[in-house]
Structures are given as structure tokens and as C-alpha cells.
Design a protein around this ligand. Structure first.
Ligand code: FEO
Ligand code: CA
Ligand code: CA
Length: 625
């Protein structure tokens, strides 16, 4: 989504810059045999044994070896000429099924909301249905099976015009409906001869909304910043996601600021609130006008810390539906896009994270110790560790700057580590982090390289080495390799792809605004887009190889799927065998039935509904091949 338009960063870290040599030419570290030991990868499978699998031997940069082992990509791409309009298109080698559109019941006794423009679900029904704004996902298979499991899915946002059919809520019921459409769903799904279906009334089916009780853990827990914690509720604007090797889902709170407002005109922002983008009107949801629940009213004296309770990474156990979500404060508070977890040196858990706003930062968290030892002692690896923010240097090196109260610069500004984490953006400003062009998803490739989408920044006037375009209308993908198997303070980096390099006339590869990103164990990179595409295309999902060399001009990118008018393509997970992939069309038609009626056939009336799209290769095969 694009509520991240404005910069909240006035720290002036945009400096390094005069400098810009096409950083994309700096590819030498990718072609040699740089000795990064094989990273260990977390298999996208829990349920069974939560095994961590080795990375298919791709740790070495021996070119011949990687060529032998890289995954093939030889499907027929969707041509530009077929990638527009109110219905999706998919490669002729593939097929898709629509699953869990907004309004799908998770319990019996309530009717599906099918997009009738004259009605909307009740708030009570919506709390037992699939929400809106489908985004980050993870499939948790039962016993490693490819046919059954829990699909965890984020419901990032739904505009009032879409969810309520009006521009602003008129009563508390409207606000409750809007809130119930947000959050997270855990959906038990099973494949039969007729395709994938929801297991209605499964005990694993669950909705988590802005009104679900939550807990806090880590350094900010029990501090005045979050007090009083008893009765704390909710998660909101759940954008992308991650998952842990111990089988839990991580949902990331992105544009939380927009759900707050000032109903009385009595609120004066603090410096920290300004840095996080709070404003009297928010994004216009009107939640602050609720007559009895004043949590989202910035001027409410009863709820002085409600704003600090959002902007975290939240852990949810899909197999324990009675357990409350836990906000892991050690990972810092910012506009969390997503989180990519990898096991680093000594078995430490490493989390790479982007803060999606113009001129904001890339972060990583490293657990204090080996994650299995910590868990054996009853500790969460996500509660103790170090949070770093990235600085990209001109010479292709970079540094992870530790956000610690022991740093004299931070000690002069903050009173505790809890404050450093709660106001991580302010701390990162003070340490001189590199302002980026809206960091979205991160992913770790089989050889340990880390990639991050920088979706665009039309307001960049001053370049820095990692963000060389002024303005950057179409975005790029940056790549780095951490020294010390993900736990060190140094890295090398280059630019993997610049989207505008694909726009030449006749170039079928064209894409803009990269957002969702995943590299599979065969080195296939899946790029999902969110923004205005060139040549009349709808948003799309493309596939290329991370082993392609020679700069983005030469990347062999193929288009696997295009969405529908007005949507974005986001969310990505697979079954363990990778023969079934789940992605989402978010806000099809921007909620306007005149633009799209998806998943209904075009009729000009039905309200379009966010949906999951299940992708399989005709005749079988790994998706992307
Ligand atoms: Fe929720 Fe930055 O996308
Ligand atoms: Ca986006
Ligand atoms: Ca996104």
C-alpha cells in the first residue's frame, strides 16, 4: 500500500552523497569465490520436525557449480499484451485457483459475503470471516504434508469506501466492522480433487484483530513506555511476515500511525510521534471517533501509550489458537514491512527487516545465543539480542550500527534500552544510518546473499551510493553479503536490479515498484510489484535467477502472473514440495466495482474482493520452473 508517501525523516542523513557511480556495476564480489560459509536455511515447514535444511550446497560461489545446481526457469511468460484488464493472467504453462476471498466464513452458521454492493458483513460476522487486504502469508503444513495445513495470512488494510461502502464510519458498529476486517487470519486448508478448501469449524481457524488481547516481551516490556500493559489489545496494518524455525508466524505492523487521530483537537505531537508520522486526521479511518473505546484517540488521557503499542513484530503460534500474540520489542519499533529469518553463526537467529517509508532504514536483529539452547531454557531467541541498522558505504562495504544505550550518542538522548527500541527510528537517525528508497521485503538466498526491494522514492533529490536514482520512480533491488555468517558488523553490497532498466520499447521484461520478494532453494527470485506498471500492465509477479550475471540489463526476467486492474500482488508461500504456491491480489479494482469485480466475472456491480491465488504448474512441477 502507499500510505508511506511522505517522509517522516528530517534527520539530514542524506549526505554521503555526491558520489554516485552506478553501483550496479560493482558486481565483483559475486563472481569470485568469496569465502562465506554456507548459510543454514530454515525450511518452510513446521508441523513435522521443524527441520533446518542445509542449503543445497550453494554456499560456494564456484560458477560452474552454481550453474549446475540452479533451478530452471523455462515457462512461457505472460506477454505484456495480455497483462491488463479486470481479470488475472497466468503463464500458459500454469493454472490458478481463487481461495479465501474477503468474507469467506471460518465457522459454520454465517453466510459468505460475496460482494453484494447493497450490504456488508456485520462486525460480529466479520470477526469469524477472512478479512480484507490480503498480504504476507505462511503455509504451516501438518506433518510436512503438501495437501493440508494452516495458512497464516495478514489483512493489511481496507479503505472505508471498500469495507464500509462509505468514506467514514457513522457509528461504533462501522468502526468495529473496519477493525474486524484488519489483522491476521489462521485458516485451516486442505486440498482435494476439487482443489483447496477451508476446513470450516477447524479448531485452528482463528481471527486476530485490533481488539484481540496481546502480550509484550523483551526489553520494553514492563516499562513506563507501554504501561499499563494489562488489557493491551490488537495488531494492525499487518503487512508482510516471516516465520521461525520453531514453527511460529511473525506478522509485521507497518502503517500503524494512520489508525490514530485526534477527535478533540487537544493533541500536540511529541518529537517521537512526529518521527512516526502521527497526525490529527490519520488516514481517515475514524477509529478515534468511537464513543467508548478511545484507544485510537491521540488526545485521550486514558490511553497515553497506545501509540507505542503498535509498530512491532508480533509472534503468533498457529498450533496454539488459545495463546495470545506476543509483541517482540527486541526487534525494534518502526514501520515493519516484513522479516526474513535465517540461522547465523553459532545457531543464532538473525532477522532482516525493512522500514517502509521514504528515507527510512534497513535493520537486522541477532539473537544473543544459539536459538535451540535459548528455547531449551525457556527463553525466546527474539527477546534477547542486538538490533542494528545499516549504513552503506560508497566503496561497496557497509556497517551494521548497534542500537544500544551503551553508545554515548544514544545515552545522551535516551534513558534506557527500552526507549532506544521504542524510538528506533530516532536512534537510527542519530547513528547515521543510510536513508533508503522505501525498504520493503527482504529475503535470504541459498548462498547467504540477502536481497531487499526498494520500491521507489519519487522525492529523492540527493543520491547516496545505495540509492543512486534522483528521483527513483520505479525502484531497485539491493543485495548484500554479511561477513561472519549474518552475525557480524560488516557486509559488502551491490545493486542487483534497477527496475527502469527493463522499460525500453519492446522489452517484455518491464516491471516497476518491486515489493514482495523471495528466493527459493534453487535460486529463483520471485518479484511482486505494487505500483503503476509501464505499458498498461497490471501489477505482476516475475521470476528470474539470482545466478544471472551482468547487471539488470541482462537479467532474464519472466512474467508468471498478472493481477487485475487496481490491485497489487503481494504475499508468497508454498507447500513443502514447492509445487503449490499461494500469492494474493490485494485491493483488486481499488475496491471499485466499475474497475474490477474479481473474483466474480466482470459485471460492473459486484464489489471486488481481496483473494489468495493458488498457483500450480500444469502437469506438476516446482512453481517457477
Ligand atoms: Fe505494506 Fe510497504 O507495503
Ligand atoms: Ca508497497
Ligand atoms: Ca508491501
Amino acid at each position: 500500500m502507499s500510505h508511506d508517501e511522505d517522509s517522516c525523516n528530517s534527520s539530514g542523513n542524506r549526505t554521503f552523497a555526491e558520489v554516485v557511480q552506478a553501483a550496479s556495476s560493482r558486481r565483483s564480489f559475486l563472481t569470485g569465490t568469496v569465502g562465506l560459509a554456507a548459510a543454514t536455511f530454515i525450511a518452510p515447514s513446521l508441523g513435522q520436525t521443524l527441520t533446518l535444511t542445509q542449503n543445497n550446497g550453494l554456499g560456494s560461489r564456484n560458477v560452474g557449480e552454481t550453474r549446475l545446481r540452479k533451478g530452471r526457469i523455462n515457462f512461457s511468460p505472460v506477454p505484456v499484451s495480455e497483462g491488463s484488464g479486470p481479470m488475472p493472467s497466468i503463464s500458459s504453462d500454469y493454472e490458478y485457483q481463487v481461495l479465501i476471498p474477503w468474507g469467506t466464513p471460518l465457522q459454520s452458521g454465517i453466510a459468505e459475503y460475496t460482494g453484494d454492493p447493497n450490504t456488508r458483513p456485520s462486525a460480529a460476522d466479520q470477526e469469524r470471516m477472512v478479512g480484507v487486504g490480503h498480504d504476507g502469508m505462511h503455509f504451516f503444513p501438518f506433518d510436512g504434508k503438501n495437501k493440508e495445513g494452516i495458512l497464516a495470512i495478514n489483512h493489511e488494510f481496507g479503505r472505508n469506501s471498500h469495507v464500509l461502502g462509505k468514506s467514514a464510519p457513522e457509528d461504533d458498529e462501522d468502526i468495529r466492522l473496519s477493525q474486524a476486517a484488519h489483522g491476521v487470519a489462521m485458516v485451516h486448508i486442505r486440498r482435494s480433487m476439487q482443489g483447496w478448501k477451508v476446513v470450516v469449524d477447524s479448531p485452528y481457524n482463528r481471527r486476530i484483530t485490533p481488539n484481540t488481547p496481546v502480550l509484550f516481551s523483551g526489553p520494553a516490556r514492563g516499562t513506563p513506555l507501554l504501561a499499563p500493559e494489562s488489557g493491551a489489545k490488537g495488531t494492525v496494518n499487518n503487512c508482510s511476515s516471516g516465520f521461525t524455525p520453531w514453527g511460529t508466524y511473525l506478522t509485521c505492523e507497518e502503517n500503524f500511525n494512520g489508525y490514530f487521530g485526534d477527535s478533540q483537537g487537544s493533541w500536540t505531537p511529541t518529537e517521537e510521534q512526529e518521527r512516526y508520522g502521527f497526525s490529527p486526521e490519520g488516514f481517515g479511518y475514524g477509529w478515534e471517533t468511537h464513543t467508548t473505546d478511545r484507544r485510537f484517540d491521540l488526545g485521550s488521557a486514558e490511553h497515553p501509550n497506545e501509540d507505542n503499542r503498535f509498530g512491532w513484530v508480533v509472534e503468533i503460534d498457529p498450533m496454539a489458537p488459545d495463546q495470545p500474540p506476543v509483541k517482540r520489542t527486541a526487534l525494534g519499533r518502526f514501520k515493519h514491512e516484513g522479516v526474513a529469518i535465517v540461522e547465523g553463526k553459532d545457531g543464532r537467529i538473525v532477522a532482516y527487516m525493512g522500514d517502509d517509508q521514504r528515507f527510512d532504514y534497513i535493520y537486522k536483529f541477532v539473537s544473543a545465543r544459539n536459538w535451540q539452547e535459548m528455547r531449551a531454557e525457556g527463553l525466546s531467541p527474539l527477546d534477547q539480542g542486538r538490533l542494528y541498522v545499516a549504513r552503506f558505504n560508497e566503496d561497496g562495504t557497509g556497517e551494521w550500527l548497534w542500537l544500544t544505550i551503551n553508545d554515548p550518542v544514544l545515552a545522551a538522548r535516551f534513558n534506557s534500552q527500552a526507549e532506544v527500541l521504542t524510538y528506533a527510528r530516532v536512534a537510527a537517525d542519530l547513528l547515521g544510518a543510510t536513508p533508503m528508497d522505501r525498504p520493503e521485503w527482504t529475503t535470504v538466498a541459498p548462498n547467504g546473499d540477502v536481497y531487499c526491494t526498494l520500491t521507489n522514492n519519487s522525492r529523492r533529490e540527493e543520491p547516496n551510493p545505495a540509492n543512486p536514482l534522483t528521483p527513483n520512480e520505479d525502484g531497485h533491488i539491493i543485495r548484500w553479503r554479511d561477513k561472519g555468517q549474518h552475525v557480524g558488523k560488516r557486509f559488502t553490497w551491490d545493486i542487483f536490479s534497477i527496475a527502469q532498466d527493463t522499460h525500453a520499447e519492446g522489452d517484455e521484461r518491464t516491471f516497476s515498484d518491486p515489493d514482495g520478494l523471495w528466493v527459493d532453494p534453487g535460486g529463483r527470485m520471485f518479484i511482486q510489484t505494487d505500483g503503476g506498471q509501464m505499458k498498461g500492465l497490471n501489477n505482476q509477479m516475475l521470476v528470474c535467477s539470482v545466478y544471472d550475471e551482468g547487471g539488470s540489463q541482462n537479467l532474464d526476467i519472466k512474467r508468471l502472473f498478472t493481477g487485475v486492474t487496481g490491485d497489487e500482488i503481494t504475499g508468497l508461500t508454498t507447500t513443502p514440495d514447492r509445487r503449490t504456491m499461494f500469492i494474493n491480489t490485494q485491493h483488486p479494482g481499488n475496491g471499485d466495482p466499475l474497475a474490477s469485480n474479481f473474483p466474480a466475472e466482470p459485471d460492473g456491480v459486484t464489489i471486488p474482493r481481496d483473494s489468495t491465488i493458488v498457483i500450480t504448474r500444469k502437469g506438476g512441477g516446482v512453481v517457477g520452473s
